[in-house]
Write a protein that binds this ligand. Structure first.
Ligand SMILES: [Zn+2]
Length: 243
């Protein structure tokens, strides 16, 4: 195989190997973001419920205070009614007494309702706390997994980067520039095999002449249709992901 072509195919393979982990890492990053968002949402929800509980608590206290006032009022009224002689005054006093009792009933019903409300909110709060704890477990599991994976990938990449450096330093500038030119648009398909007489990049059938050139491999052979680097299918073994 032409030496320059070989270098470019090898470089393409190394670059493909380095970028092959990207989708996986991207997926892990997006999973982490999703979990963080979930955590944020749950925390906001939790805060909201806590505020609601505090408000209900204030409402209950406020009614308890009013209840105490009304009870005092009732006692005063009872004391006074026992002293009242005149019928008219007695009637007025019992009406007032009635009114106080009604108010007390209203407030006591409100308190019962508020306490029930409080109870259901506390149950909700507990559920949210459990969910929050679950998300935190998921996050730390994911962080461990991600961390492990990332460092394994980085170790692997480091080794391949060294190989890349050595290869690039042995390449002629114009060859490296040619590679870069094709790589810019062809990305992972910069160098492709000829499969069943067709370019594996654009899938166009190659002329007999072009196939002969690929077989002889005396020069750098590019696809006449798309411009990708061409090589025979079994003349080069691409590296497999180790992780
Ligand atoms: Zn092509």
């Amino acid at each position: 195989m032409n030496q320059y072509l070989k270098q470019m195919i090898e470089l393409a393979d190394i670059d493909n190997y380095i970028s092959s982990f990207e989708p996986e890492l991207e997926q892990m990053r997006s999973e982490a973001t999703k979990l963080e968002n979930e955590l944020q949402e749950q925390s906001n929800d939790l805060q909201q419920i806590k505020e609601e509980i505090a408000q209900t608590q204030r409402n209950i206290s406020e009614r308890n205070v009013r209840m105490v006032t009304l009870k005092d009022q009732q006692r005063t009224q009872e004391a006074r009614s026992s002293e009242i002689r005149k019928e008219r005054e007695a009637n007025a006093s019992s009406m007032q007494d009635q009114y106080t009792k009604e108010q007390m009933k209203v407030i006591s019903d409100e308190i019962i309702k508020l306490e029930k409300d409080q109870e259901s909110k506390e149950l909700k709060l507990n559920d949210r706390l459990k969910e929050l704890a679950n998300i935190q477990i998921k996050i730390s599991t994911h962080e461990n997994l991600f961390g492990g994976k990332l460092s394994a990938i980085n170790d692997n990449r480091k080794k391949v980067y060294i190989e890349r450096e050595i290869l690039v330093s042995s390449m002629e500038k114009k060859i490296f520039a040619l590679y870069g030119k094709i790589r810019r648009w062809a990305k992972e398909t910069t160098a492709v095999p000829v499969v069943k007489g067709a370019c594996y990049g654009c899938f166009m059938k190659l002329s007999d002449q072009a196939i002969v050139e690929v077989k002889q491999s005396k020069d750098i052979v590019t696809c006449p249709n798309c411009g990708r680097l061409l090589y025979l299918e079994d003349s080069f073994q691409t590296r497999k992901k180790a992780i």
